[in-house]
Ligand binder design. Structure first.
Ligand code: FES
Length: 268
């Protein structure tokens, strides 16, 4: 390694290091696995959203979260819990009211920002590894300035989690009345994980415990903030777990709807 003093920039000079990075560990592995994981998920979700079939199991009232709520006039009978008022054009997702907000919620999420800034934009790909770009403007200009809207997408995501919860409740159905099967467990686990991810959001933590001068004067908010803070330390894991539960729930509902296998029923 050779190292010489650079021309001072501002008040301080920095060492010029010829090597791109001095790291010898597998620093590239995390960005690589992030690119592979996120690309695979986006490809699967895109295919499913525009497939326009196998999203509803009429017998048990299972609705995949990728089509919830189903609001186009193409939605099959029984799957529209909130009306079907949009035209059923191929390019319009059947859950056109919710998917854009969910996409924006995840795109502006503090964890995902770190993930795709590092892996897709190489900005920078890892600590002590040079940025892939010559200039850096942070999130001070359009379009990245829009990342500040994350707190508002949090409210939308919370409402959508309520809708997903309602879907999971409606799914306790069978042709005989009340029913319970493996599909219910899949839907419930997905909803619990979605709530865990949503309330572990940094904006949620601030909404619950921010701007308070004295926690002692707000014991309920303090307890809620403590709970959310614990979840918040697992935000990255929850971000990935919910990608998994969403895709698995959708696949399970698709498989039952397509008749690839039958739902395992415990009651009715
Ligand atoms: S910070 Fe990730 S969802 Fe809000």
């Amino acid at each position: 390694m050779t190292s010489t003093a650079t021309k001072p920039r501002g008040a301080r000079a920095r060492a010029a290091i010829a090597a791109k990075t001095l790291r010898t560990d597998r620093w590239w592995f995390a960005p690589l696995i992030t690119v592979v994981g996120l690309s695979a998920w986006v490809a699967y979700a895109t295919v499913r959203v525009f497939m326009h079939k196998w999203y509803w199991v009429d017998q048990y009232h299972y609705l995949t979260p990728f089509y919830s709520p189903c609001v186009t006039d193409r939605c099959v009978e029984g799957s529209s819990h909130f009306g079907s008022f949009l035209p059923g054009w191929w390019i319009i997702p059947d859950a056109a009211l919710t998917l854009p907000f969910l996409l924006l919620f995840r795109l502006t999420c503090y964890y995902y920002r770190k993930a795709y800034y590092r892996s897709f934009w190489l900005s920078p790909p890892a600590c002590a590894v040079p940025d892939g770009h010559k200039s850096y403007s942070g999130e001070t200009r359009f379009p990245l300035l829009g990342q500040n809207l994350h707190r508002y997408f949090f409210y939308a995501a919370a409402i959508i989690s309520l809708i997903n919860t309602w879907d999971a409740v409606l799914a306790f159905h069978s042709p005989q009345g009340f029913g319970f099967g493996l599909g219910n467990i899949v839907l419930l686990v997905n909803v619990v994980m979605l709530w865990a991810y949503t309330i572990s959001c940094h904006s949620c933590r601030h909404i619950i415990g921010g701007r308070l001068k004295h926690f002692s004067a707000h014991p309920v908010r303090y307890r809620a903030w403590t709970f959310v803070s614990k979840l918040n330390t697992r935000h990255m894991q929850l971000a990935w777990i919910t990608l998994g539960t969403l895709a698995f729930t959708d696949f399970y509902v698709m498989a039952i709807a397509a008749g690839w296998f039958n739902d395992l029923r415990f009651i009715n």
